[in-house]
Design a protein around this ligand. Structure first.
Ligand SMILES: [Zn+2]
Ligand SMILES: [Zn+2]
Length: 342
């Protein structure tokens, strides 16, 4: 066991409280479904056991049963599907809302504030209480899970989902208003932030700013193939080599003229994100702050890894923003697929 890792992990859990609570919440949806299945299985088992004493009754019922059983099983499966779908959707929606907030606000969103912490905790407790209550009741009274049980669980799931989505949305608004991105004294392209701001620590490493302001400045020798990828200014090793690049594909409808008619086709445009873009996003803390957000948006997106930076650029920014960024190079793709004909 690596002691240093343990400390880091403990610290991480404590700091990124909203991230942790969201994953607990999503986990509750999944584990609830597992509990439902187990209660249902147990119920089937006991049903079989008690029936074993009553052979005659069993035989007599066999004929009617065979007909109604398939219906019953169908009904059970349908209930399960409906519930499972609801739980799955709730978890996915919360995950999406979290990702959006994190994409826009970065670690500040993952850390969150006390209001969100309390709201999310309340949602988790309420959901878990309902799940435990409903399933225990069925288990102790040795009865089948009913439509009413399912309705209670779905209501609890809906409430937990809506409550959590609200909490995350409100936090996103709060954080965006409370703390607009810190001012950057060197920022040439952001007059909107210039007026009454107080000087604070610069977001980017000095070397990142050099690359941002001098577009054709070649990369330092340490970033050449086979070298150690250490930043000449802050000394941090950056997780991108000369050979690394990522493709960002964007599908977009375009109108073309064909035999005198205008026709809409879906065109895929591909941008390559490479070493220079990544390097000029790095902060003195070894994180990556999206330069597109820094230039065009009110709030910075700070990503903990190169992968999440790439994912952020690909999902959060539109083609126009990608086009304008000189360190995102567009590659021509020969194939254009026609849109479905109407
Ligand atoms: Zn640096
Ligand atoms: Zn961005």
């Amino acid at each position: 066991m690596n002691y240093a890792n343990m400390i880091e992990e403990k610290n991480l859990k404590k700091t990124f409280i909203v991230a942790t609570l969201c994953s607990t919440l999503i986990g509750t949806f999944t584990s609830s479904m597992g509990l439902w299945d187990r209660v249902q299985d147990k119920r089937k088992q006991t049903k079989k056991d008690t029936k074993q004493d009553d052979e005659i009754k069993k035989l007599r019922e066999a004929v009617e049963k065979s007909e109604s059983r398939s219906k019953e099983r169908e009904e059970q499966l349908r209930k399960r599907d409906e519930l499972g779908y609801n739980f799955e959707q709730s978890g996915a929606l919360i995950q999406r809302q979290y990702d959006e907030g994190y994409g826009r606000l970065g670690r500040r969103f993952a850390q969150g504030d006390t209001a969100t912490e309390n709201q999310l905790q309340a949602q988790i407790i309420a959901l878990q209480q309902t799940v435990i209550h409903v399933l225990q009741d069925a288990l102790y009274n040795d009865r089948q899970l009913t439509r009413a049980d399912m309705a209670k669980l779905i209501a609890a799931s809906n409430a937990a989902r809506e409550g959590s989505l609200d909490a995350l949305r409100q936090q996103q608004n709060r954080l965006a208003i409370e703390a607009p991105s810190p001012p950057r004294s060197l920022s040439l392209s952001a007059p909107k932030r210039a007026s009454t701001v107080v000087e604070s620590d610069p977001l980017y490493c000095r070397y990142s700013l050099d690359l941002q302001y001098i577009p054709n400045k070649p990369l330092a020798a340490s970033f050449a193939p086979g070298r150690d990828c250490k930043c000449p200014a802050c000394g941090l090793r950056l997780d991108v080599t000369a050979d690394d690049f990522w493709q960002i594909g964007k599908r977009t409808p375009v109108l073309i003229a064909e035999k005198g008619y205008e026709k809409e086709i879906l065109e895929t445009r591909e941008f390559h994100l490479g070493q220079r873009f990544v390097i000029k996003c790095h902060t003195a803390d070894g994180e990556y702050a999206c330069v597109l957000c820094n230039k065009n948006r009110d709030v910075d997106a700070i990503c903990r890894s190169v992968e999440s930076l790439v994912k952020h650029v690909g999902t959060f920014h539109d083609i126009k923003e990608l086009e304008r960024e000189m360190d995102l190079v567009e590659r021509q793709i020969p194939l254009a697929l026609p849109a479905p004909a109407h």
